[in-house]
Design a protein around this ligand. Sequence first.
Ligand code: ADP
Ligand code: MG
Length: 251
Amino acid sequence: RKLVGKVTTGSETFDALMGGGFETQAIVEVYGEFGSGKTQVAHQVAVNVQLPAEEGGLNGSVIIIDTENTFRPERIAQMVEGLPPSGEPEKPREPEEFLRNIHVARAYNSNHQILLAESALDLAEKMKKSGKPARLLIVDSLTAHFRAEYVGRGTLADRQQKLNKHLHTLMRFADLNNAVVLVTNQVMAKPDAFFGDPTKPVGGHIVGHTATFRIYLRKSKGEKRIARLIDSPNLPDGEAVFAVTSAGLMD
Ligand code: ADP
Ligand code: MG
């Protein structure tokens, strides 16, 4: 078993909540309402994982499965500009270089999403030979297509079975590449006719048991966000307050 790696979130309090950052060989699920900052967290980690270890990264590349068309290269550039000063001030960071190390694929439906996750295993295998192996896979959103396509009680078992298999592909990616797998999951502000309890993320207990870390994200005043760690196997439950600013995540 390889040594677990950790990627900084950009916020010291958020990192501390996570035991030093987002762990590799694990699925990290960030769930919360629309606008809570899930996609912001994903963008920031896609930048930070590329940094050298001394700066909280893993010197790795990123694969993103974008299901809601919310990936924004300009936001990545903004976050690169917003990074704390590097240990090598003579080598300025180039947003283009960070963008080159992010491989984005749009998923058009849940079956396509499942296929893309399997292709990500092959792509990562090829990337192992490069200087920047894939150390982060993002699925943003994990559940949106499933939620939209499998409506009605009769389809629930089918949906859970597919989602379960998909999650096992993701876990395999995390293990084979010593990578972080970051998935997002939306919860509804109002009760949902088919999915019941509004405070529970889509996918219910199957996602819950496969995800290694579950983080519930919510909005606070202004730029402030609250991350709550739920049911971690090795860390105490708790909360961290951080900020989402134009320069990215910070304390
Ligand atoms: P979710 O994915 O949970 O639906 P997002 O991650 O898209 O939510 O969060 C959107 C929020 O992030 C915005 O409402 C805003 O508060 C913040 N945000 C997005 N872009 C910027 C930016 N460039 N500067 C500052 N805050 C931003
Ligand atoms: Mg989003």
